[in-house]
Design a protein around this ligand. Structure first.
Ligand SMILES: NC(=O)c1ccc[n+]([C@@H]2O[C@H](COP(=O)([O-])OP(=O)(O)OC[C@H]3O[C@@H](n4cnc5c(N)ncnc54)[C@H](O)[C@@H]3O)[C@@H](O)[C@H]2O)c1
Length: 321
């Protein structure tokens, strides 16, 4: 029988959906979260240890007390803009803390580790869709911190699966789970909040070399991401080896398409204001998800279709409330 899974950052957006997927798969789970951006109620009864991943003694004690033999690591800082303002914070929170965490879990006998990485490791792509062996030239301290954390983990000697998400989106409203970042920086919730509250949405650049002039991103449903973590863990447990996998649909949606979907789903206008391009924003970020299909048996489901993602995010926000 497999041991418990330590979910670091399990009270956050993606982590809470992964906890739900693990519990549904019959896994024993213990969450370690400092609640800096997470929400206790997102755990729906899963045991929570409140503390930081860079508290080595706490990590080691928690692993031993719960019989942990695998780790899913979601904990960290996630804002590109914040990372530009304070790169040292991202070095500490995303790179150094990952080093402390992996050393502590290894001392407690853990050998399997699944890491939340990001498409931000690639920077401005030379070609799309982006395969995993594409050169890495991150354009923000956030992306650089994810690439360096991957390197720290690769040197750890553990079996590591680095899952490079493209744009996590959607929610699981039936479980009361969804996206609640503060401040919110992600397009879909911002478009929905614009529709609900009338706060105009900023569109950063309308002169990109894309069909409608706005940036293209690959939105993948958070429930599909959560399922990929279970599959990655199963791969490591089967002794099939670690690696890096892109998680996306393989298709891009433009900012205008997202705004149109938010209008359709809510039945309300989405007020927008034009804003200048943001430095470091690639025009197009779309995953080549073929390796994940081949190695993990993972594909984005129908829930990752744009209108379905937006509808779930809207239901989580409480619809027209
Ligand atoms: N949301 C996305 O679109 C996206 C895309 C690519 C990669 N990622 C990565 O996925 C991970 C999760 O993202 P999210 O959107 O769920 O973020 P989130 O902020 O909702 O969740 C992060 C969780 O980690 C916790 N945490 C932060 N620092 C901690 C620490 N030192 N010790 C213990 N807990 C700590 C927070 O309290 C929170 O519960 C991040 O590593 C992020 O870089 C997210």
């Amino acid at each position: 029988m497999s041991g418990a899974v330590l979910v670091a950052g399990g009270a956050g957006y993606v982590g809470s959906h992964a906890v739900a997927a693990l519990v549904a798969a019959g896994r024993r789970v213990v969450v370690l979260d400092d609640l800096s951006t997470g929400h206790r109620e997102a755990l729906r009864g899963a045991p929570l240890v409140v503390g930081s991943v860079d508290d080595a003694a706490l990590v080691e004690r928690t692993c031993r007390a719960h019989g942990v033999d695998a780790v899913l690591h979601f904990a960290g800082r996630i804002s590109v803009a914040e990372s530009v303002r304070d790169p040292a914070l991202y070095e500490r929170a995303n790179v150094a803390a990952t080093g402390v965490l992996v050393a502590a879990v290894a001392r407690a006998g853990v050998r399997r580790f699944v890491f939340s990485s990001s498409a931000a490791v690639y920077g401005n792509p030379d070609r799309v869709p982006i395969p995993e062996d594409h050169p890495q030239r991150p354009t923000s301290p956030y992306g650089a911190s994810k690439a360096r954390a991957e390197a720290v983990l690769a040197a750890s000697g553990l079996d590591v699966a680095a899952l490079r998400y493209f744009n996590a989106a959607g929610a699981e409203p039936s479980l009361g789970l969804g996206e609640r970042h503060d401040p919110e920086t992600h397009l879909i919730p911002l478009a929905l909040l614009a529709a609900r509250d009338g706060t105009p949405l900023h569109v950063f650049g309308e002169d990109w070399p894309t069909p409608d002039g706005t940036c293209l991103r690959d939105y993948v449903h958070v429930v599909d991401l959560a399922r990929a973590h279970v599959l990655a863990l199963e791969r490591l447990e089967a002794g099939r080896g670690g690696g890096a996998w892109n998680l996306g649909t393989g298709a891009g949606c433009s900012v205008r398409e997202v705004i149109a979907a938010a209008g359709r789903v809510t039945g309300r206008p989405v007020p927008v204001v034009a804003a200048p391009r943001r430095e470091g924003d690639p025009a197009v970020l779309v995953a080549d998800p073929a390796r994940a299909a081949r190695d993990l048996g993972w594909r984005a489901s129908h829930r990752s279709r744009l209108d379905a993602v937006v509808a779930d995010a809207w239901a989580f926000l409480g619809g027209a409330r």
